[in-house]
Design a protein around this ligand. Structure first.
Ligand SMILES: NC(=O)c1ccc[n+]([C@@H]2O[C@H](COP(=O)([O-])OP(=O)(O)OC[C@H]3O[C@@H](n4cnc5c(N)ncnc54)[C@H](O)[C@@H]3O)[C@@H](O)[C@H]2O)c1
Length: 348
């Protein structure tokens, strides 16, 4: 299967490695790269997708460029008759989501979204534990994302820290939000309630660096995701599933799962591009289809439009620290409570 990549630096470097690996395994032919910058890749590179396609005829396109470019690139790939793996956030407006979804259906093409933790064995194990009733009735899904990020984090790309493209729930902790929505089984729903509290501790950015969202829907457990990039100490991102018979703790980046403090065995991960290629060959179901990103996109759109007040925070060298936030994000996930409900000074 002939695969092209759009966006080869940054996160795209991982796709380059993966495509080279799949080439060695005989699963894909990595035909070329599209990038607006000069890139150091072992395949021909082009400045636009149409020129690459005219010469190299890809069947699948991986899009790993900045979020604001995704809509046009995905539609251009569809126009060329290609299936797509697009990085998260696939798009940041519901109108774009609907347009891409409709276009895919019209053309009989598919779009996978780069939520790679949906391919982990720990995710599948957790889903089957919830489905079998092993955790009892699910009363809430909480997630906490807590990282220390220095000034250089916001200097790495033009869109970093820009509201509408970036923000903790939309980008660095997008997996936490998406995973929580999936486990609550609301990922495809349009009828969700969204309560947002977004803050920023740097006046150099317009997006949030500290956030809490609660998502509710009829007949579904409530979801709370609390995130910050202004922590004193980082923590591996974690999803908590609260059930009447016990609690599951899922460290999705580490593919690690415990239930009532017992470590659970997990099967190997499924690579999203391999899965997409096998979908084309054998009809294997997609692990992270675009349809499962509807609720996520609703939250992302709201994040792009919400007020993001500036909080007084402490500068420590090349980072900014919001005192107390380390404990608060964890408590929000544990209690399924918002910042305001936890009585934070900055909660609205
Ligand atoms: N799945 C994950 O865990 C994960 C991790 C990090 C980033 N991402 C996502 O990957 C995407 C890229 O993020 P990044 O940090 O690598 O971005 P980036 O700004 O570093 O850009 C990536 C590449 O895209 C190129 N590019 C920019 N505009 C382009 C255009 N119009 N056409 C072609 N190429 C273009 C850049 O030159 C660069 O090589 C984002 O959507 C981001 O959220 C996903």
């Amino acid at each position: 299967m002939r695969v092209a990549l759009v966006g080869a630096r940054g996160h795209g470097a991982r796709h380059v490695e993966n495509l080279v690996r799949l080439g060695h395994d005989g699963l894909a032919t990595f035909v070329g790269v599209v990038d607006v910058a000069d890139v150091d890749v072992p395949v021909p590179s082009y400045s636009d997708l149409e020129t690459l396609a005219a010469e190299l005829h890809p069947e699948v396109v991986v899009v790993s460029s900045p979020p604001a470019t995704h809509r046009d690139l995905v539609l251009a790939a569809f126009e060329l008759g290609c299936d797509v793996l697009v990085e998260k956030p696939a798009v940041v407006s519901v109108a774009d989501f609907d347009e891409i979804s409709d276009e895919a259906v019209k053309r009989g093409l598919v779009c996978q979204v780069g939520f790679q933790t949906q391919g982990t064995g720990s995710y599948r194990r957790l889903c089957s534990l919830i489905g079998s009733g092993a955790l009892g009735d699910i009363t809430g899904i909480g997630a906490a994302g807590r990282w220390v990020r220095t000034d250089s984090y916001y200097e790495r790309a033009e869109w970093a820290g820009r509201q509408g493209e970036d923000g903790t729930l939309v980008n660095p902790f997008a997996h936490a939000l998406q995973n929580a929505l999936l486990l609550a089984d609301v990922e495809e729903r349009a009828d969700i309630g969204v309560e947002l509290e977004l803050y920023r501790c740097r006046d150099t950015i317009s997006a949030d660096d500290t956030a809490c969202v609660r998502v509710t829907a009829d007949d579904a457990p409530p979801v709370v995701v609390a995130t910050t990039l202004c922590a004193t100490t980082s923590l591996p991102p974690v999803v908590l599933v609260h059930g009447s018979l016990g609690q599951a703790i899922w460290w999705y980046d580490d593919d690690r799962l415990t239930v009532n403090d017992h470590r659970m065995a997990v099967a190997p991960s499924v690579d999203l591009l391999e899965n997409l290629l096998r979908h084309r060959l054998t009809g294997e179901p997609l692990v992270a289809p675009l349809a499962a990103a509807r609720a996520f996109t609703t939250v992302a759109e709201r994040c792009g439009k919400a007020d993001v007040p500036l909080l007084p925070a402490r500068r420590v060298g090349d980072r900014v620290v919001l005192d107390g936030i380390d404990e608060v994000v964890v408590r929000a996930a544990e209690k399924i409570a918002t910042f305001a409900e936890l009585g934070c000074g900055f909660g609205r």
